[in-house]
Structure formats: structure tokens, C-alpha cells
Design a protein around this ligand. Structure first.
Ligand code: VGL
Ligand code: ZN
Length: 217
């Protein structure tokens, strides 16, 4: 028998001004034009109408965030440094709290809740579940409150925040379904690697949103 729809939740990841071409974002990812944002909005509406609770993540950095190249003397954009023993890409300043670039570009009424991430200036947080220092966001608590067992994930960027959020969701015990055509990646090679890694971890990759498939997968 198909699972009850109440057990399915949706996580729309970082569809924010600074990640889109639509808003001329500081870290605009290829293919994030108006048609892409509209497709995300339409499909999210469809999922909401089908009865699934919709959650969002929002990259929400202070201006002095460690991931901004401008906060490291002598460093250039996309340089990689060692931070807390890991490689850290230095990004252009993006999604600074209370700036237009941090705005989620979808109708806010779609969302049951938004989990903000990346507020600690010392740690990056690609995952919607926790930052690189191990501090949890509200995401797991929100999903648990709704008795969610399976999550549908999509958004920006395939190779960074969508990847990390999907993998953490899976590691936390959720069944995860990734919707490929509602995602955009920073680079083709890292996006392809992310898909392979997700599949290897048991995440279901669907080319596009199919309501029947997400109920039975
Ligand atoms: C992201 C780089 C830096 C993302 C966030 O949303 O994928 N990427 N911050
Ligand atoms: Zn960020």
C-alpha cells in the first residue's frame, strides 16, 4: 500500500536572490532564470495542493561570514583555504541577512516554516540540517513535528546546499527523493559527482516531479 501522504515533506533549498540570474545575484548559478524560478514555484504549489507540508532553507549570513573571500586578506574569489581541517571555498559575499540577495524568491505563503542557516560567522553551512561546527538548525525538529518520513528535495545549488541537505536528511533517517530538473548546480563536474554520491547513498534521483512516483518510491 502507498504510504500516507502526511508522511511526505518537501524541502526547497536556497532559492534566493543572490543564487539566481533572475536577480543578478552575486553568486548566480547557471540556468536560474525566470523560467527556472517559475518552474520551482509551480511545482511547489502542486506539492502543497497535494497536501504535503513545504519547508524551505535560507542561507542567512552575517556580513563578517568566514565563507566570504572579502573577509580574508589577500584571497580571491573561489580560492580554497583550510578551515577547521576541511577545504573551504571562498565565495563572493552572498545572502547577507536582511539584504535583497537573501530573499527567498517564492511566495512565502507556500512554506510551513523556513530554516535559516549559516548565521555563525565562524562556520559554513551548506546543509539545511547543521553547520560545519555541528550546530543543528530547526529542520529536523520541524520535520519530526509533522511526522515526516520521506522528503522531496530540490533547489540551489545541486553540488553544494542541495547535496549536503539531501545527504544529511538521508543520514538522519529520512527517505530522500531528489528532483533533478528543479535543481541547478554551480559546475557540471561537481554536480554530476553529487548525483552519483547521492545515488550511492540510497537517495532516489528523479528527472522531474511525478506525484505518483514520489508516493510509491
Ligand atoms: C550555497 C555556496 C555558498 C548553496 C550556499 O546554497 O548551495 N553555495 N553558500
Ligand atoms: Zn552561503
Amino acid at each position: 500500500m502507498a504510504r500516507k501522504t502526511e508522511e511526505i515533506g518537501v524541502i526547497v533549498i536556497d532559492v534566493q536572490g543572490d543564487f539566481t540570474e533572475l536577480r543578478n545575484g552575486s553568486l548566480a548559478v547557471g540556468g536560474t532564470d525566470e523560467a527556472y524560478v517559475n518552474a520551482v514555484e509551480e511545482n511547489t504549489k502542486k506539492l502543497k495542493q497535494a497536501g504535503f507540508p513545504i519547508f524551505a532553507t535560507q542561507d542567512w549570513h552575517p556580513a563578517n561570514h568566514v565563507s566570504f573571500f572579502t573577509n580574508h586578506q589577500g584571497k580571491k574569489v573561489f580560492d580554497v583555504i583550510k578551515l577547521h581541517g576541511k577545504d573551504q571555498i571562498l565565495w563572493p559575499p552572498h545572502c547577507v541577512q536582511n539584504t535583497p540577495g537573501a530573499e527567498i524568491l517564492l511566495d512565502k505563503k507556500l512554506f510551513k516554516a523556513v530554516a535559516k542557516k549559516g548565521m555563525d560567522p565562524r562556520y559554513d553551512s551548506y546543509s539545511g540540517f547543521q553547520d560545519d561546527g555541528g550546530k543543528k538548525t530547526d529542520m529536523n525538529k520541524l520535520l519530526k513535528e509533522d511526522h515526516i518520513k520521506k522528503v522531496i528535495v530540490y533547489g540551489i545549488a545541486t553540488d553544494y546546499c542541495v547535496r549536503a541537505t539531501a545527504i544529511d536528511a538521508s543520514a538522519t533517517g529520512y527517505k530522500v527523493i531528489f528532483i533533478k530538473n528543479l535543481c541547478r548546480g554551480v559546475a557540471p563536474d561537481t554536480s554530476q559527482n553529487a548525483l552519483e554520491e547521492m545515488k550511492a547513498k540510497g537517495i532516489v534521483v528523479l528527472d522531474d516531479l511525478d506525484l505518483e512516483k514520489i508516493k510509491t518510491e
